[in-house]
Design a protein around this ligand. Structure first.
Ligand SMILES: Cc1cc2nc3c(=O)[nH]c(=O)nc-3n(C[C@H](O)[C@H](O)[C@H](O)COP(=O)(O)OP(=O)(O)OC[C@H]3O[C@@H](n4cnc5c(N)ncnc54)[C@H](O)[C@@H]3O)c2cc1C
Length: 274
């Protein structure tokens, strides 16, 4: 996924100045498109999180105050580093600067994970559907690498909808690497079904996931029986509009929204505000 880490450069960065309380060091960066990049940072020893949760990360602002934004942790809870998958908003206060980070740079990270896209917020089931658009794939990039997901569910369907084919590349590479992973590859084989869809270019599966779900094409393409609230669980992470549309579809099928305190059949989280 990433160019080999230059450990000498990392050590040099750590030795330059001791890490501040909320500081972590960038260990890898990869740009996927003009609008998307992913990066890895050192993991604070005190940080415990559940796969699917988000934290606040950022940079020191020009006024010396921290400039922080919510970010889903894209790496699984067992990983010794943390990974993030980010948009580049050209005039975005944070990402106009964050997109320039390089190995050895420091970012700010608050160690208070939270979120509803966690296994604990779902009641047991047989199939888990993860619906994402754009950077909304980040929490699922964490969950699909967590063995607990495959212990709890017989089938895991990850849908990822983007405008352009190039925007799928982070998720596609991740799934491909996972299938060939010597540790987890065997346990996910046949269980993880990846369903990418594209809305603005030609592609094998075209269209909004809401349409593909409502028309039944998703199930036809994957050779799966239709939604069944007795056995199916859902997780949604996209824009506000997509989340609302998917919520209506799942609820019409009898799935009830869950939370950490009240686990149920599906959960959702906004991929961004705006
Ligand atoms: C719970 C939660 C988790 C999040 N996780 C991630 C994540 O894993 N990766 C990530 O890139 N962002 C994520 N975000 C969005 C993130 O917090 C910032 O909004 C984003 O980094 C842009 O910051 P900014 O300061 O550059 O621009 P902002 O001022 O924050 O945003 C400017 C505008 O850009 C658009 N925008 C912002 N973020 C996105 C996005 N991710 N996709 C499409 N359009 C966007 C919106 O229209 C927004 O109004 C998450 C947000 C929430 C609430």
């Amino acid at each position: 996924m990433y160019a080999q880490t230059n450990h000498a450069k990392l050590q040099e960065a750590e030795h330059q100045k001791p890490l501040g309380k909320d500081e972590q060091i960038v260990t890898a960066v990869r740009h996927w498109t003009d609008n998307l990049f992913s990066f890895r940072v050192t993991r604070p020893q005190s940080l415990r999180f559940r796969s699917g949760e988000f934290v606040m990360i950022g940079l020191e602002g020009e006024n010396g105050k921290p400039l922080l934004r919510a970010y889903s942790i894209a790496s699984p809870s067992w990983d010794e580093e943390l990974e993030f998958f980010s948009i580049k908003v050209p005039d975005g206060p944070l990402t106009s600067r964050l997109q320039k980070i390089q190995v050895g740079d420091r970012i700010l990270l608050k160690t208070k994970p939270t979120g509803t896209l966690v296994l604990d917020a779902l009641i047991p089931g047989k199939r888990l559907f993860m619906f994402s658009t754009g950077t909304g794939i980040a929490p699922f990039a964490s969950l699909i690498r967590d063995p607990e997901v495959y212990e709890k569910f017989e089938t895991v369907v990850l849908t990822h909808t983007c405008r352009q084919v190039a925007e799928l590349e982070y998720g596609r590479t991740l799934v491909e690497n996972l299938e060939n992973d010597p540790l987890i590859g065997e346990s996910i084989s046949g269980k993880l079904l990846y369903y990418p869809t594209i809305t603005q270019e030609e592609f094998q599966t075209q269209g909004r996931i809401t349409d593909l779900l409502s028309s039944g094409k998703l199930f036809e393409d994957l050779d799966l029986p239709p939604l069944n609230s007795a056995t199916d669980r859902g997780m949604i992470c996209g824009s506000m509009g997509l989340n609302n549309d998917l919520k209506a579809i799942l609820e019409a099928q009898g799935l009830v929204e869950g939370s950490n305190n009240r686990p149920a059949e599906y959960v959702l989280e906004k991929a961004f505000v705006g």
